[in-house]
Design a protein around this ligand. Sequence first.
Ligand code: GUN
Length: 297
Amino acid sequence: MTAAVIDGKAFAEGLRARVGTLAVAFEAKAGRKAGLAVVLVGEDPASQVYVRSKGKSTLEAGMNSFEHKLPADTSEADLLAVVEQLNADPAVDGILVQLPLPAHMDEQKVIATIAPDKDVDGFHVINAGRLAVGQTGFVPCTPLGCLMLLKDRLGDLSGLDAVVIGRSNIVGKPMAQLLIAQSCTVTVAHSRTKDLADVVRRADIVVAAVGRPAMVKGDWIKPGAVVIDVGINRVAGAVEGKTKLVGDVDYASAVAVASAITPVPGGVGPMTIAVLLRNALVAAYRNAGLELAADAV
Ligand code: GUN
């Protein structure tokens, strides 16, 4: 059996198109564009690339993009003041503070300062709590994108065994909450898990988010399972001096066993910004008090 390749790039393009249509409708109803603010502190090259890409995608989706670039030596108090100003700005529906922050800042304190109803990353404890108890809030973009791909592939997930490898606040924990809400039986595995291969072998759904290149082998996968690979690891390539991206799953062996699998690149990666735009649009409708059907986007 060779797995179907889950085309996250195509799904993300469709999602962006739906967001774009709803952004036009928002502008007509609200008399203003939806707005997403992104705050970048310092000059981390990867973060600069992400922030530029987010800004461009936001404009393409028909929303306003507000970029705040602060020097690496900005004080925590000054960053908090910028966040407070964005909280109070009615043109700003969503706020994203790019992580990681410089070492002299307390990330949790900064996240806690973002108004929960503008927290389009879903990182605020209020939104983590809302997710845990089943209230409406914001869900982190990467796990929500993974869930969209799973539902698109499998339809109803209820009763399926899901194993999430990784327990981060950004991916593993919210992914587990989302799958519980879909009535999966969820196991969260991590670096201390005993007999990880045996745990993974039980799963109908495997979500790998550990950050270890090609760690999950094909013979860990139950035949017919659906594999979602969140890993983006840069490793030495076949060509001397060149690097390439690989996931947390050993694709070549897993593709022969799974029924469907996300590739790296082109699987989960493209979903993240598309879901961010989706969250920003949803924030705009909510903040303006406008109706948006639960399944609209
Ligand atoms: N850094 C890498 N990914 C993310 C993300 O999804 N949100 C934020 N705020 N920072 C990040």
